[in-house]
Design a protein around this ligand. Structure first.
Ligand SMILES: [Ca+2]
Ligand SMILES: [Ca+2]
Ligand SMILES: [Ca+2]
Length: 367
């Protein structure tokens, strides 16, 4: 493992007494918004897991260390660095897994090689930074006996901005779906001998995000469309899920539902009754999480982050959603992940990263 002097960062417990505020004018006032009361569902705790000193583009939860039960964190830096953050002996241990030649924008993890532990898939630039232009790259990071190794799955004509894992061809093995500024949906699959990559279809605009959805994927496009893509007769069938004027930036899926975070600050939840706006921020949104974050509350909860630096929690989605500000970071936030971190205990977690270089870990109440 390329353990280049991992700096142990003393976990800084800020013990956030969340200043719950009813953020959206349409949302009703509730006890959660009263002075001194926690947000809906109870008090969250905030932890600064690391300050990595550069813009952070992506984060995910994955089982990077199979010897320790549960998931660790993987974080992408604008320099091309990929770090793992693992909770060990009451501190976050930061380890550089790889230093890619290009900036990483999206990272997902899952079982891709049949060996213990999750692998990582990173989408981003082939070389240089996001704003430099040039080719993109989709890379696989695998943990071997001698540390982590990197191989390129696909060299793209432009930045790879979204990726997700799903079993597209229903052969029992996860595949990698990816898209970006090249306006193509690409599928990478591991065969008996090696990986193969094929273009599933052309897109009408650049893609910012994709997630597994309804046996295929959903894609967030910069022209305001959200498209569904699913296997059909050996190929791929596209359909429109939602359309708006503003570009779409991040997606999260849970069952049949889809959460859409947009450039105009709107946070949309699709459902039986069609798309519904849960919240509207004054700045671009750059994160989407949709999960049962509060087991004591009925239904799912949603969360988002954005360029205003705020981490927002939305509860009571089935009725009139309540919005709580869980944290305000000092700079723009760029990505949000949710899941469990067994080494930290029970319950659900949100992890936010962005331009400040800080890795913000938020723990839901009731864990
Ligand atoms: Ca683990
Ligand atoms: Ca594996
Ligand atoms: Ca498969």
């Amino acid at each position: 493992m390329t353990r280049s002097a991992p700096h142990l960062l003393t976990a800084l417990l800020l013990a956030l007494t969340t200043a719950a505020c009813t953020d959206h004018g349409a949302a009703p006032q509730r006890a959660a918004a009263d002075a001194g009361a926690p947000p809906a569902g109870g008090e969250w705790t905030l932890e600064l897991a690391a300050e990595l000193g550069e813009k952070l583009g992506g984060v995910t939860l994955a089982d990077l260390d199979p010897d320790v039960p549960g998931d660790e964190l993987a974080v992408l830096g604008s320099s091309g660095r990929v770090w793992s953050l693992a909770w060990s002996d009451d501190a976050w241990v930061v380890t550089e897994l790889a230093h890619l030649p290009g900036e990483g924008i999206v990272v997902v993890g899952g079982e891709l090689d049949g060996r213990p532990g999750d692998e990582l898939v990173v989408g981003g630039m082939a070389s240089g930074g996001e704003d430099d232009g040039g080719e993109g790259s989709l890379r696989l990071l695998s943990r071997g006996d001698d540390g982590w190794s990197v191989r390129e799955l696909q060299r793209s004509p432009a930045l790879v901005h979204g990726a997700c894992l799903l079993d597209w061809d229903a052969d029992g093995q996860l595949d990698v779906a990816a898209a970006g500024f090249a306006q193509q949906l690409v599928l990478a699959s591991r065969g008996a001998d090696d990986w193969s990559v094929r273009v599933l279809g052309e897109l009408p605009a650049a893609a910012k995000s994709l997630v597994p959805w309804q046996g295929g994927v959903a894609l967030a496009l910069t022209d305001g469309q959200v498209l569904g893509a699913a296997p059909a007769d050996g190929g791929c069938a596209f359909r429109s899920i939602d359309r708006a004027l503003a570009g779409r930036a991040r997606l999260a899926s849970a069952g049949e539902q889809l959460l859409i975070a947009s450039d105009d600050g709107s946070l949309i939840l699709t459902g039986d009754a069609g798309p519904r706006e849960l919240h509207h921020s004054s700045d671009k949104l750059r994160g989407a999480a949709l999960a049962d974050l509060l087991p004591g509350s009925s239904g799912l909860e949603a969360a988002t982050v954005g360029y205003d630096g705020r981490v927002l929690l939305l509860t009571d989605l089935e009725h009139e959603p309540l919005t709580s500000v869980l944290h305000t970071d000092g700079d723009r936030l760029h990505h949000l992940a949710s899941g469990s971190l067994r080494a930290k205990g029970d319950g659900m977690f949100l992890v936010a990263v962005g331009y400040s270089g800080r890795v913000i870990v938020l723990r839901a109440p009731g864990g």
